[in-house]
Write a protein that binds this ligand. Structure first.
Ligand SMILES: Nc1nc2c(ncn2[C@@H]2O[C@H](COP(=O)(O)OP(=O)(O)OP(=O)(O)O)[C@@H](O)[C@H]2O)c(=O)[nH]1
Ligand SMILES: [Mg+2]
Length: 379
């Protein structure tokens, strides 16, 4: 059989098994030109969910093979869920290969932050990991911000030379959307569901010497909270444009709830060498999340009742039942002044007066990180 690939997901096409990836009816298979598999056709035309049988290791292998053949890597991070997209696997690639870091979805930033303000913060995060990238580009596949700059940056590193650049990142950060913009056409399938691209896809960027490779999304070892619920509810956790921010002053024993998703109890800080009065302060923090997420302050004895009732509205019925079938873990952590505690895929709190010592309860496996605050000096 002649070998042909789907231009949408990179899968080798076949007409023998409708249930397997890469299927097209035989009459389509024999046609000339660009071909789309049935799965891509359904995603593109009906926005249908794209279930597939690939495993995390299959994706990792595919990415590794493409990276090995490349001159430069273009890892993509999601500015709004930075921690969910900043994984060990990607950091390892960044340590070993030349790179231009792409920070996508800048259209989702709140109006009071300019992407360039975050540039130093990202450079510091990379430096902490012993990574020096050739350049960082702030982009938005949605608003097309910064897209031409990506081509300029590649050209400036490899003037007059043929270049192979490979785009990589966790699922759903917008790899295929960015490449489509670079190509000037919607050739590759994109969707709100994870796992849309299945294999590496090579294309030449028109009027350049650059071959750009799309790769399947890597699966993070530590989960994003949004991965533990349905795609539809998960999308409600994305703070589109208007990030919600609210400031709280808490006393020992009070409980802060991030909707019904997770919660923490404030503990007493044991600061040595401080007088009783100095340690009797109330920590102040701001919580950041999508405006659909309800922030709520309560007493410990009310938490169960609030979770069981219908005060919180995002999780309902079967989905709520399933969410609470997850195992939850509770652990103590201290967040210092000017640090954020991030619950990947949900939001974060920024400590303005601290330290804040808490006991956090989250579903097991969700990535939580304490980091230097991302929106520094914001009132
Ligand atoms: N708001 C916003 N959404 C974006 C942006 N870029 C991509 N998206 C959305 O993010 C979702 C995922 O986009 P894709 O391009 O399919 O992501 P991917 O990284 O190729 O995903 P996989 O192939 O599954 O790994 C889609 O719903 C896009 O519309 C952006 O800059 N801003
Ligand atoms: Mg893709």
């Amino acid at each position: 059989m002649i070998s042909k690939k789907c231009t949408g997901c990179g899968m080798e096409l076949q007409f023998e098994d409708e249930k397997k990836e890469g299927y097209v009816p035989e009459e389509k298979f024999i046609m000339e030109g660009d071909l789309l598999c049935q799965r891509c056709f359904k995603i593109k035309n009906y926005g249908k969910n794209s279930v597939n049988n690939f495993k995390s290791e299959d994706y990792s292998k595919e990415v590794l093979n493409s990276v090995k053949k490349s001159d430069i890597i273009l890892p993509i991070f999601d500015i709004i869920d930075f921690e969910g997209s900043f994984t060990e696997e990607i950091l390892d690639y960044l340590r070993d290969y030349r790179s231009i870091v792409l920070v996508n979805k800048t259209d989702l930033l709140p109006g009071f932050v300019h992407p360039t303000e975050i540039a130093d913060w990202i450079k510091d995060r990379l430096a902490e990991e012993d990574i020096v990238s050739e350049n960082i580009a702030f982009i938005s596949a949605k608003s097309k911000y910064g897209i031409n700059g990506v081509i300029r940056k590649i050209k400036s590193i490899f003037p007059d030379k043929k270049v192979k650049a490979v785009v990589l990142g966790v699922s759903n950060v917008g790899k295929s959307s960015v490449i489509n913009l670079l190509l000037g056409k919607n050739k590759i399938t994109t969707s709100k569901y994870s796992g849309t691209t299945l294999k590496s896809i090579n294309n030449k960027i028109p009027d350049t010497n650059i071959t750009i490779t799309d790769t399947p999304g890597l699966i993070p070892k530590e989960k994003r909270l949004s991965d533990m619920i349905s795609v539809e509810t998960g999308l409600k956790l994305v703070p589109a444009g208007e990030i919600s921010r609210k400031t709280f002053k808490l006393e020992e024993g009070q409980v802060f709830m991030f909707d019904a998703f997770c919660w923490f109890k404030v503990k007493k800080n044991n600061i040595v060498n401080k007088t009783e009065e100095e340690t009797g302060y109330k920590p102040i923090f701001s919580a950041y999340s999508s405006k659909n997420v309800k922030f709520h302050l309560t007493k410990e004895e009310r938490v169960k009742e609030l979770l069981e009732g219908d005060f919180f509205e995002l999780l309902k019925g079967e989905e709520k039942k399933k969410y609470f079938e997850n195992e939850f873990v509770t652990f103590k952590t201290t967040v210092k002044e000017n640090e954020d505690l991030v619950i990947s895929g949900l939001g974060w709190i920024n400590v303005k007066r601290g330290p804040l010592t808490i006991e956090l309860t989250v579903p097991k496996g969700v990535k939580t990180v304490v980091r230097p605050s991302i929106f520094k000096g914001k009132k």
